[in-house]
Design a binder for this molecule. Sequence first.
Ligand code: TRP
Ligand code: ZN
Length: 494
Amino acid sequence: MRRRLAAAVVVSCLAVASCSTSGGSTGSSSKRTTTTVEREQTTTSADGDAPSPAGDPLPGDVPDRTFPGLGDPRIDVTHYGVTLRATPGDDEISGSVELDLRPRTKEPLTSFTLDLRGPKVTMAGVDGVRAKATTSNGQVTITPSSPIEPSAHAVVTLQYEGVPDQSEFPGWGMPVGWQSDDEGGWFTMSEPDGTATWVPVNDHPSDKASWTIRIQVPKGVTAIANGRLKGGAPKPVEDGREQWTWVEEEPMASYLVLVAIGDYDLVTSEHGGIEVVRAFPTSLDEEDRAAFDPIEEIVDFFSSQFGAYPNDDAGAIVVPTGLGLALESQTRPLFGTDGIAGDSAPALPHELAHQWFGDAVSPASWTDVWLNEGFATYADWMWDEHQGGRTVDEQAVRTAGLGPADDAAVRSTESAGTFSTSVYEGGALALQALRRTVGDEVFFRIIRRWVAERDGTSATTADFVALASDESGRDLSGFFTEWLEQSPQPALPG
Ligand code: TRP
Ligand code: ZN
């Protein structure tokens, strides 16, 4: 029960010959992994991932030791307005996207890149004027007819069409991006880089934005995304299609964007000012649906521990296929039918905890992914304790005995790049070590301040260390170096 997530990892890994769940191996199937350049730990830049020409294959990529090929640090996208046409059984998509952005550069911005794999851009404009767009190597380079002034906001419009080019997650082998379900529909599972398979995007969690997602599907097909369904229903558009408009106003990291189309029931309810939407395949029976009954209870418990639920929308989606794992897509975490065991969805508390840790507060670099997975694992322990199971401390002691970070440090590129046990259980152990060091009261003040102060932003491990040091009144940098940057981890403090 408690280790269901890890069990799911093992299952999905069995299919991959070279897979290791202990974080010791990195997959060889991805272009990106092979371009990863090992460097010394560094604290010279804000995100602890100092720019390195060697580790940064294209000049326009966000410096990230773990996944170096993504995003463009020269732009800050504040909003995406997407209109997507997709059809069950047809692998071609087409769409248009309007991006509101501003330069992050001091100089006028002469060009920038977006990530896009598969579809091609057919038309580009900046502030209503035709712009040049060239696609190569999974990126679109956009050159406005005149540079964008650093102080300006620009509206970039792109039209695109083609077939999404799915990728595989290194080590785990599961498909990432736009993919088919078992009933002819489509859905996205996009951590860490899959959103670029269906929309041009600044695909790095350091650049969060609000999203409006309009999906045009044949009449009778249901389309789902993050946030709130505008108008509560789809509206007719041309060609006999219907458009479903979903609005997510809270800043969202691009890997958390969700789209699904197919035969779904939407079950909508209200809970303490939050609109809760559960999306189930029409084929899913009542017992399986009941596995998602505890959403409100779990949200209430975590709200009492971490501070108010950080969104106006909540829920879950089940897609009609096996996934091997679940994903914390914002407001609406994603599960496969294999994520349901009897009358429970074992990863539900974990994915709901991510709404605070990962979604509200996102990692500024993929090397910081323990801020997602370590915290969600820890929250899962808390939920189990709250349910009358093992206490958090018992679970920590038991986990420590397994040496989850014995092969590689929590913040190593091996661990972060494979989402290994080091990141999940090793990250959670670091938190229990912190709690034992500073005491319960200070620990929960730290956690609550983390969410309250960083909600809506992307934060670094250095930010967390600074906050923990400030709240506890002691310098914890050495403590976190031992727990996060070194392997094996120390013994839990007494
Ligand atoms: N973030 C997910 C979780 O733990 C796990 C996950 C989903 C994942 N998609 C992935 C991990 C792709 C690695 C690769 O809740
Ligand atoms: Zn997780």
